[in-house]
Write a protein that binds this ligand. Structure first.
Ligand code: KG4
Ligand code: ZN
Length: 343
């Protein structure tokens, strides 16, 4: 490789239950992106079982990397660097991808780059065709494990300005889906069912916390849904007494309550930091109602909105390899004894 060769970085993602590898060129062009979902392994437990996740990562990681290299029609030796997520996430899951990255980097004699999973989610918007993300921006990252607001000043400068104090938004979607006996993972199922429901049917509480807080709380809404579904029969274990229309109304009303707060606080963060650019990423960013509401609101507030493409919202390694390009340029590399961190 010489100074004029395009910089192709191998990215690895294994922070939760997706095993993913990708090749991204110059922090912009996705050459290949392979994602192996573990949904079917965790479905019967209605949540990610950490031991099952790390075992599945271990079985798949080398095959997924090989496939990403093959689809990119290149040799492993030709990557400029190897990047992997080292935080936040499930420690056992992170360890598999990060150790694999260390091993590839060491054996190839290439630099190792560590990447923060939430920062990578924001970068999904940069990789989305048609977007021209300008800095400074505010990034709203909503996933199964996190609900965070960042002031994103340059590609590598992230300052967290808000976060959930309890459950992540995706967790609330998944748990409400369980209450409604919908398939796992719950987010996409609620999104679909809510299209047939009336979002004004039930007035679930909007949790704003203190007036000026940019933090979130998504645990109360779950309980509000549970109590609504049970009605006054506290021993009623499930939602089987509800009609399909009732369930759709609950889904739509729940979704509206979560989305209203996410949208308000994201816009509030833009105003507070005098920023005109808003970025949306993370698994819950695939939600149709969130995307529609944020688009309308940003139009009326004259905020430039860059959303991650739906395919780029849920966990993938392209966002990892893309962000890593900026660390590569800054020569911010990681030692081979670098550690993974859960938070
Ligand atoms: O970012 P992600 O793939 O993994 C984590 O980093 O957590 O996010 C997964 C979360 C799950 O909770 C899933 O239910 C939710 O994203 N999700 C959605 C939608 N698609 C995925 N939530 C709402 N609407 C969707 N369409
Ligand atoms: Zn994620």
């Amino acid at each position: 490789m010489n100074g004029t060769d395009p910089v192709r970085i191998l990215g690895i993602e294994s922070s939760c239950d997706e095993t993913a590898a990708a090749i991204v060129e110059g922090g912009r062009s996705v050459i290949s992106s392979v994602v192996a979902s573990q949904d079917s392994l965790h479905a019967k437990f209605r949540g990610v079982v950490p031991e099952i996740a790390s075992r599945a990562h271990l079985e798949r990681i080398n095959l997924i990397v090989a496939e990403a290299i093959e689809r990119a029609r290149m040799q492993l030796e030709d990557v400029a660097a190897v990047a992997a997520v080292n935080k936040p996430g499930l420690v056992g899951s992170l360890l598999i991808g990060f150790t694999a990255a260390k091993t590839y980097a060491w054996s190839l004699g290439k630099p190792l780059i560590d990447i923060n999973h939430l920062n990578a989610h924001a970068y999904g918007a940069v990789l989305t065709e048609g977007n021209h993300v300008k800095f400074p921006a505010v990034a709203l990252i909503v996933s199964g494990g996190h609900t965070s607001l960042f002031l994103w000043k340059t590609p590598l400068d992230f300052q967290q300005v808000g976060k959930t104090q309890d459950d992540a938004a995706g967790e609330a979607f998944d748990k409400v889906a369980t209450i409604l006996a919908l398939p796992y993972p719950g987010g996409p199922a609620i999104d679909k069912l809510a299209k047939d429901g009336n979002a004004r049917a039930i007035r679930f509480p909007r949790t704003y916390l203190d007036k000026n807080s940019l933090n979130f709380s998504n645990s109360g809404i779950k309980t509000a849904v549970l109590y609504h579904v049970r009605g006054n029969k506290l021993d009623r274990p499930d939602s089987s007494h509800l009609s399909q229309q009732d369930k759709a109304d609950v889904a739509a009303s729940f979704q509206a309550a979560v989305v209203d707060v996410l949208v308000d606080k994201a816009v509030q963060a833009c105003r507070r930091y005098d920023v005109q650019n808003l970025v949306l990423g993370g698994g819950v960013a695939a939600n149709s109602h969130l995307r529609d509401t944020l688009t309308e609101r940003c139009d009326s507030e004259q905020i430039a909105l860059s959303m991650s493409d739906r395919s780029m919202c849920t966990d993938n390694a392209a966002m990892v390899a893309g962000l890593a390009f900026h660390k590569f340029q800054a020569r911010t590399f990681t030692q081979l004894d670098g550690q993974v961190v859960s938070t």
